[in-house]
Write a protein of this length. Structure first.
Length: 260
């Protein structure tokens, strides 16, 4: 059975006080729940250390939203995988469409980051997904295939075991227009096929593929109960404790049903 991962990508939200206001109730709500799903929070860099301290001795995992592919040196403004490990990050989101759009990250750059993250024992959550224009031009599968191949280029099968892929159609991010469960399932199944072709079907079967893009407490269950949807990467709805907890519950329910 594949891992189901519900991750909150806070993006550029929450200062230190707001971080406390979210993490303390999250911890209180999830403590002793013995969940099957993995819960990950990905705050901005400035909150990583505090969250790491607050989450000690819980099963809630910590992720960063980006990193650079060098370990240290004269790279003003960048944060390295070594630094992320030192605050006990386990995951790092790489190649988010907002990084691609505003900071011109390419599959090649993302691939360099993925390799460096793995070298330091971080699990990359690699984001891929087509724009609206690409979907309307019938290019969805072509784009997905190119991004999967580009970002996983040169990785060994063993390394891919630590990777998570997040399918985030750009047109669904922050728009309130989520992919339908059928659209998500179709894309996830295709991603698995591409990975199977690159490596083998056993590896592809074990790969966790999250869906991201306007996931809410209301639509989470229908998306997460799709056979190839193994979690959610949640933006807006991960900022409010109520909606995030509901999505975690939806994930748990979908996971247990799939297991039976
Ligand atoms: P929204 O859930 O706000 O659409 O954002 C999705 C996302 O980009 C998660 O990484």
């Amino acid at each position: 059975m594949r891992r189901m991962i519900i991750a909150g990508n806070w993006k550029m939200n929450k200062d230190i006080k707001e971080t406390f206001d979210f993490i303390l109730p999250l911890k209180n709500n999830l403590i002793g729940q013995n969940l099957s799903v993995e819960v990950v929070v990905c705050p901005p860099f400035t909150s990583l250390y505090v969250v790491s301290e607050l989450l000690k001795e819980t099963s809630i995992k910590l992720g960063a939203q980006n990193m650079f592919y060098e370990v240290e040196g004269a790279y003003t403004g960048e944060v390295s995988p070594k630094m992320l490990r030192s605050v006990r990050c386990e995951y790092v989101i790489l190649g988010h469409s907002e990084r691609r759009r505003y900071f011109y990250e390419t599959d090649e750059i993302v691939n360099k980051k993925v390799k460096k993250a793995l070298e330091f024992g971080l699990k990359p959550i690699i984001c891929i997904g087509e724009t609206l224009e690409e979907r309307e031009r019938g290019k969805t599968f072509e784009v997905i295939e190119r991004q999967v191949k580009g970002t996983l280029s040169g990785l060994s099968a063993d390394e891919v075991k630590s990777v998570v892929i997040a399918y985030e159609p750009v047109w669904a991010i922050g728009t309130g227009r989520n992919a339908t469960p059928e659209q998500a399932q179709e894309a996830h199944k295709f991603i698995r096929e591409v990975v199977s072709g690159l490596f083998d079907s056993d590896l592809a079967d074990k790969l966790t593929i999250q869906y991201g893009g306007s996931v809410t407490a209301e639509n989470a269950y229908s998306l997460l109960s799709q056979p190839d949807v193994d979690g959610a990467l949640v933006g807006g709805a991960s900022l409010k404790i109520d909606s995030f907890l509901k999505i975690v519950k939806a994930g748990e329910m979908a996971y247990l049903e799939k297991k039976d």
